[in-house]
Design a protein around this ligand. Structure first.
Ligand code: ATP
Ligand code: LTN
Length: 329
């Protein structure tokens, strides 16, 4: 079975966009691949973080992943900071990355270009840590958003460089960039992506939003004045967005929904989308609360870090041997 790995940064609350665009696919992939999913909290601290918030975000993320259907029997789930091998291999990767390579990484480049103050050295070297996260587990595939593709490519280069210098050590990973198609847009500006770092709370549906509040957000979503229900992203992005959400949550083809709404008004469509989101969140949050109240999360993390830890321990030992860092055989 091929291996797949992905990390999620606990830097905010998960949105309906994150679920429909990414998490839903992870959950499908766990049947096809040997999956590793970890909370990339060592990456989160590359920018200032409130400790309480970081802890809460990490917990919520794990509980939500489990509530959404990530199965710890199939997926190895762990917290990056629980395994010191990540930072150990991260340092080794830093020592094999060139300044020029890291300077070309867009995330760092954009921030420096904007003249942002307080950029840490961690933000600069973070792609080397990400390469370590991936190479540690010999991942064949790494599903990421477009913005992260460049980092997976660095991991490929580092794997090849290391294998070439010291002999076969790492699997060269391949990025899998999610097909757009289910891109969920802001409810207030439907030409912009729904994003967890959005300031206007009315634009975004958090997976932990009170279901009634979420319903209201749908009811007040920005649409248009054309008055016809069609899937037309160009001219009716708000309606197209509502249709996409409904189609994703109900597993119903958009064409079918459009047919059902022939001759009907926006109010009716919003009512159904609102109710669907309400039901989805109510069910999800019930599961989330049960998970928070149980020991499921602790058990999943313990088992996950035990399994990942064994692989990580072996990999780092091998790398140290190759580098001449270990003296005893
Ligand atoms: P930020 O606001 O910090 O950029 P984000 O909400 O855009 O965060 P990311 O952490 O960058 O989310 O992305 C996590 C995953 O969720 C990625 O695979 C990304 O493609 C997907 N994703 C994020 N927002 C959406 C969206 N609105 N529609 C579809 N997929 C999304
Ligand atoms: N950098 C990624 C999170 C991340 C990751 C990884 C993703 C850290 N390590 C390894 C895939 C594989 C982000 O900011 N979303």
């Amino acid at each position: 079975m091929k291996r797949m790995l992905s990390g999620v940064k606990p830097t905010g609350r998960l949105t309906l966009g994150n679920y429909i665009g990414a998490i839903r696919q992870f959950i499908q992939y766990q049947d096809e691949y040997e999956m590793f999913i970890f909370i990339a909290n060592m990456h989160a601290i590359t920018i200032p973080c409130d400790p309480k918030q970081l802890r809460q975000n990490s917990k919520d993320m794990i509980a939500l992943y489990l509530a959404l259907g990530l199965d710890p029997e199939k997926t190895t789930l762990f917290l990056q900071s629980d395994l010191p091998q990540h930072t150990e291999l991260g340092w080794i990767m830093t020592c094999h990355s060139y300044m020029g390579e890291l300077q070309r990484m867009t995330q760092y480049k954009d921030k420096t270009a904007k003249g942002e103050a307080g950029i840490t050295a961690g933000l600069f070297t973070y792609p080397a840590l990400m390469a370590a996260d991936i190479l540690m587990y010999d991942a064949d595939y790494v599903p990421v958003g477009v913005d992260q593709k460049q980092h997976v490519e660095l991991a490929r280069d580092l794997a090849e460089r290391f294998n070439h210098r010291y002999g076969d050590t790492f699997v060269v990973p391949e990025p899998i960039v999610q097909k757009v198609g289910a891109k969920i847009m802001s409810l207030q500006n439907p030409t912009k992506k729904m994003s967890k770092s959005e300031d206007n709370p009315k634009a975004t549906i958090d997976l932990l939003d009170e279901p009634n509040v979420a319903r209201k957000k749908i009811m007040s979503a920005v649409t248009d004045s054309l008055g016809v229900i069609r899937y037309d992203v160009e001219n009716q992005p708000g309606i197209a967005n509502l249709l996409t959400i409904l189609s994703a949550l109900n597993n119903e083809a958009i064409e079918g929904i459009v047919k059902r709404y022939e001759g009907k008004g926006y109010g009716e469509l919003k009512k159904e989308v609102g109710q669907t989101v309400f039901d989805f969140l109510s069910d999800l949050q019930e599961k989330y609360r049960a998970i928070i109240a149980s020991s499921i999360m602790d058990d999943a993390l313990r088992e996950g870090s035990e399994k990942a830890g064994k692989i990580a321990y072996k990999k780092v030992a091998k790398v140290k041997r190759k580098l001449g860092l270990s003296v005893v055989k």
